[in-house]
Design a protein around this ligand. Structure first.
Ligand code: PRP
Length: 186
């Protein structure tokens, strides 16, 4: 099957301007909510790989001091269906205890990944745990998870770009596009 860009994209769902405006709005709200904290107290934790572009754009728009760290998980194992099993590949380097943690995710789908992250972070006695998620597919939810800062709700379609992939492709597209169903319904 040809999964080159022109043959794979159905249409653009969110263009660059739309994404950047929303990320700016999210950064403004988060900057207000976390105002007054010191650099040591506020930690953004990006969930690799999907969040790397959202994390970079969101973090650079914050006007409050913060540190950044990453965690790497695996759930889909390059297939299109999740089993609900989440595996940690790389933990944070910064100790989350007594810090205000903001988990930064590209997408919440079934909710298994965020549910797993809440459980492991809350066990580590942080000052607080909240989530900033760019995209949510509410129709796909299997477990209810709180999302404190949400970019966009989207329908149950496979999206790529701005960090999101299909088989590790298309992550660096500047926009978010719908894949043609023929690409992932195999
Ligand atoms: C994606 C996404 C989230 C997770 C959401 O990660 O980045 O972490 O799935 O799905 P869920 O709500 O059903 O758990 P993926 O496993 O595709 O890895 P990647 O970020 O490295 O692409």
């Amino acid at each position: 099957m040809d999964i080159s860009l022109p043959n794979s994209i159905e249409r653009i769902l969110l263009d660059e301007d739309t994404i950047h405006q929303r990320v700016q709005q999210m950064a403004n709200i988060i900057s207000t909510d976390y105002a007054g904290l010191r650099n040591e107290e506020f930690l953004l934790v990006g969930v690799l790989k999907g969040s790397f572009i959202f994390m970079a754009d969101l973090a650079r728009r914050l006007t409050v001091p913060h540190r950044v760290d990453f965690i790497a998980l695996s759930s889909y194992e390059e297939s299109s269906e999740t089993t609900g099993s989440v595996r940690m590949i790389m933990d944070t380097r910064v100790d989350v205890a007594n810090r205000h943690i903001l988990i930064v995710e590209d997408i919440v789908d079934t909710g298994y990944t965020l549910n797993y992250l809440y459980r492991i972070f809350e066990a580590r006695r942080p000052a607080s745990v909240r989530t900033a998620v760019l995209l949510s597919k509410p129709d796909r939810r299997k477990v209810e998870v709180p999302v404190n800062y949400l970019g966009f709700q989207i329908p149950d379609v496979w999206v790529v770009g701005y960090g999101l992939d299909f088989a590790d492709r298309f992550r660096t597209l500047p926009y978010i596009a719908m894949l043609k169903p023929s690409v992932y319904q195999r």
